[in-house]
Write a protein that binds this ligand. Sequence first.
Ligand SMILES: Nc1ncnc2c1ncn2[C@@H]1O[C@H](COP(=O)(O)OP(=O)(O)OP(=O)(O)O)[C@@H](O)[C@H]1O
Ligand SMILES: [Mg+2]
Length: 245
Amino acid sequence: MYVIRRLAILSREVLLSLENICKTYDMGEVKVEALKDTSLDIYRGELIVILGPSGSGKTTLLNIVGGMDRPTAGKVFYQGKNITEFRDRELTLYRRREVGFIFQLYNLMSSLTARENVELAAELVKKPLPADQMLASVGLEDRMDHFPSQLSGGEQQRVAIARAVAKNPGLLLGDEPTGALDYETGIQILALLREINTSYGTTIIIITHNIAIAEMADRVVRLRSGEIVEDRENSKPLPAERIVW
Ligand SMILES: Nc1ncnc2c1ncn2[C@@H]1O[C@H](COP(=O)(O)OP(=O)(O)OP(=O)(O)O)[C@@H](O)[C@H]1O
Ligand SMILES: [Mg+2]
């Protein structure tokens, strides 16, 4: 599988393309330019880390990529389709079918068990991966019938990952997925994300403040004040277990 993923990256098949994206929040007196003419190609099978200081536009970029927000100007192409032209209904389908999200604070449904949380997401797509199998793959076979309040933070984040991956999405997006976790658990979650990337060929974008995490990425994109100031490939990404911070 590793070979397949490397080949996919090397074959340079563009999965997603951002062309001259601008996002301006109009706050009346002030206008906030969260993204200024940003262009980026994302290749199938890549694991990308996006770095940048607070307020640099990372979440704005991820939300546009994931169809949760629309740009003020510019185009986003997913598998050649211009999703900026999608109506709300089509954009909803794109989000449901193609994108898995992992948030800093897990965002699980508190009234549903781990299994039910994963099953709910799986219902959104035509060919989901089995909920039980996904929970087992994140090491939670003994916790499937627990509610989020009965799980640790790291366990909740693993449910959130199982939930995102059960959709078998083309794109997996994480906004500070390890931000609320301790060091050891954070490393476990990162290792898990790399494993998913290798096993399923899922393209993954991770936002982080933590520069050390960039060492595990195939590509590192750095934002500053709404602009991409660095876009570099990492020819020898480190296994997550070897990252230190
Ligand atoms: N809904 C909104 N309305 C107005 N301004 C916004 C909105 N969302 C974000 N912004 C502004 O856009 C800029 C970029 O915000 P964004 O959330 O993308 O930053 P970020 O890089 O994710 O920061 P952090 O690391 O703190 O999460 C910031 O100046 C922010 O205040
Ligand atoms: Mg953010």
